[in-house]
Design a protein around this ligand. Structure first.
Ligand code: ADP
Ligand code: GLC
Length: 486
């Protein structure tokens, strides 16, 4: 019997193009699925970085006049990833961020850029590539949202489809005038189709038409069925509840391995935790913080956006110095948050260190050097940084929402099984209280009167890899195919 074939459709993929956790997942899950005996190929847009990284390139077919220009589908690989690349220079030959131009605004042709991705997936789904006819097409986020719609409206036999929602906040909403140019039939513009408050929504299309919908944690799967978290699509998600489930993300434990990490000052592990200390010193130096082994050093690695709740952390900063606390923050995003943290650092450089921008190496050093990682998100589909923190012996202090609630066990509730601190509802007061609880436990650990080292070990011994989690996707694919009788 030939192995199951899965086409993964994604607009970003680690290590080539990344704006957030989606890239990490899209880069690691296919490799983990290979271990399950599944043949996975990923379809990605041919951004310059992808074209440059591609090895063993072979042309599969040309796509003349494809959304406004000539394109081609090529095959190739990058490391362990087997790729299909949609080489469409008129859509993707632009340096920088995959979604926004240098002016910070969405590319004006994003509807076509990502409809093209979904359309290429549709062609592969219908068997365009000899030797790789997928059994399952698995799309990620709104950028792949039209894929199930194209397959369904073709009225041809096609693979089963799965849509994974990594974030309900990004929906891919475009004017109705684009219906024809996007190749969608008139009947698709209905409440039972791609229509969303008078516009076209790519995410809605995916949720409406995929055979199964997953999201990246069990709690977020429940939350998004409520009006508070469903971002306008809760009703549809409730209707589709029996086809909706949450599968927790993992992280690539080869990339995130404190015992073998070239980006940190001193490798360490559960049996040599004392070797973690030089990383704290290196981090303090790197961030311009006062050298102090005894300070309670909090870390943040994050997009700076409303979702991440870091405005709440800003309000807690004035008391850091008197509380023996320091902050090392790495982040990029909203200008007001960037300015707010930069001003706080300028006012108190010994205690507050801020680097704005994207810096993979520094992200690793923060995980290895901070005592606790703060993730005060207002909502969090899964979150990966708290998983990295667990693996690196940094205690997570997290909002009790979404995947954060599913992956961190609170100190006051879980006793000797605890891995961190959680708080809810998500307010500045509750965050401040959680930080203070954590600080008390950290300072008490000097007199051996604290659970702190135990929590560090619990975290480091938690399985945050993809191993079992990929198995859940494999089960899902199998159950879908069995249902279809394939
Ligand atoms: P989201 O996808 O919502 O941004 P996740 O926690 O799922 O949040 O994933 C974020 C990923 O991006 C993690 O791998 C994290 O280490 C990384 N990251 C976020 N901000 C930065 C940054 N400024 N520099 C380097 N890596 C970052
Ligand atoms: C999104 C979510 C984040 C999740 C990531 C990967 O960006 O905001 O919570 O971990 O996708 O699934």
């Amino acid at each position: 019997m030939s192995p199951m074939r899965v086409l993964s459709v994604t607009s970003e993929i680690y290590p080539t193009v990344k704006t957030g956790g989606l890239a990490d997942v899209a880069g690691a899950l296919p490799i983990a699925l290979k271990a399950e005996g599944i043949e996975v190929r990923s379809l990605v847009p041919g951004y310059p970085a992808v074209m440059k990284a591609l090895a063993e390139v072979s042309e599969i077919c040309s796509l003349p006049n494809f959304f406004g220009g000539n394109a081609r589908l090529v095959g190739g690989s990058h490391g362990e990833l087997d790729l299909f690349v949609l080489d469409a220079p008129h859509l993707y030959a632009r340096e920088g961020n995959p979604y926004v131009g240098a002016d910070g605004k969405d590319w004006p042709d994003n509807a076509f850029r990502f409809a093209a991705l979904a359309r290429a997936a549709f062609y592969i789904g219908l068997g365009t590539v000899p030797g790789f006819v997928p059994d399952v097409v698995h799309g990620h986020d709104w950028q792949a949202g039209l894929m199930p719609a194209y397959l369904l409206y073709s009225h041809q036999p096609h693979p089963v489809t799965v849509m994974t929602v990594h974030n309900m906040a990004f929906q891919g909403r475009f004017p109705r005038e684009l219906l024809g140019p996007l190749g969608l039939p008139p009947e698709s513009f209905s409440i039972y189709g791609v229509e969303y408050y008078g516009d076209i929504s790519f995410l809605k299309a995916g949720i409406q038409f995929a055979d199964r919908i997953t999201t990246v944690s069990p709690t977020y799967a429940i939350e998004i069925q409520s009006d508070d978290y469903g971002m306008g699509l809760a009703g549809l998600l409730r209707q589709r509840a029996s086809d909706l489930s949450g599968i927790l993300n993992g992280i690539d434990t080869a990339v995130w391995d404190p015992a073998n990490d070239a980006a940190i000052a001193s490798p360490y592990g559960v049996d040599c935790l004392e070797l973690r200390a030089p990383n704290k010193a290196a981090l303090q130096q790197r961030m311009g913080l006062r050298a102090s082994p005894d300070a309670f050093l909090l870390g943040v690695v994050s997009r700076l956006s409303w979702q991440k709740g870091l405005d709440l952390l800003l309000t807690c900063l004035p008391t850091f110095a008197s509380g023996g606390m320091q902050l090392a923050l790495l982040g990029d995003g909203d200008a007001d948050l960037r300015d707010g943290f930069s001003a706080a650092a300028a006012a108190d450089p010994g205690h507050i260190g801020v680097v704005t921008g994207y810096d993979e190496k520094l992200a690793h050093l923060i995980q290895a050097g901070c005592d606790a990682l703060v993730v005060p998100s207002r909502f969090e589909p899964c979150g990966l940084t708290q998983l990295c923190a667990l693996r690196y012996g940094a205690i997570p202090i997290v909002a009790g929402v979404g995947g954060l609630a599913d992956t961190v066990r609170d100190e006051s509730e879980a006793g000797s099984d605890a891995t961190g601190f959680t708080f809810s509802p998500v307010t500045a007061e509750n965050l401040d209280h959680a930080i203070r609880r954590a600080a008390a436990a950290f300072f008490a650990s000097r007199s051996n009167a604290s659970n702190w080292p135990r929590m560090q070990l619990n975290g480091m011994l938690t399985d945050v890899s993809w191993r079992h989690r990929a198995g859940r996707y494999a089960e899902l694919y199998r159950s879908l195919l069995a249902q279809r009788g394939g």
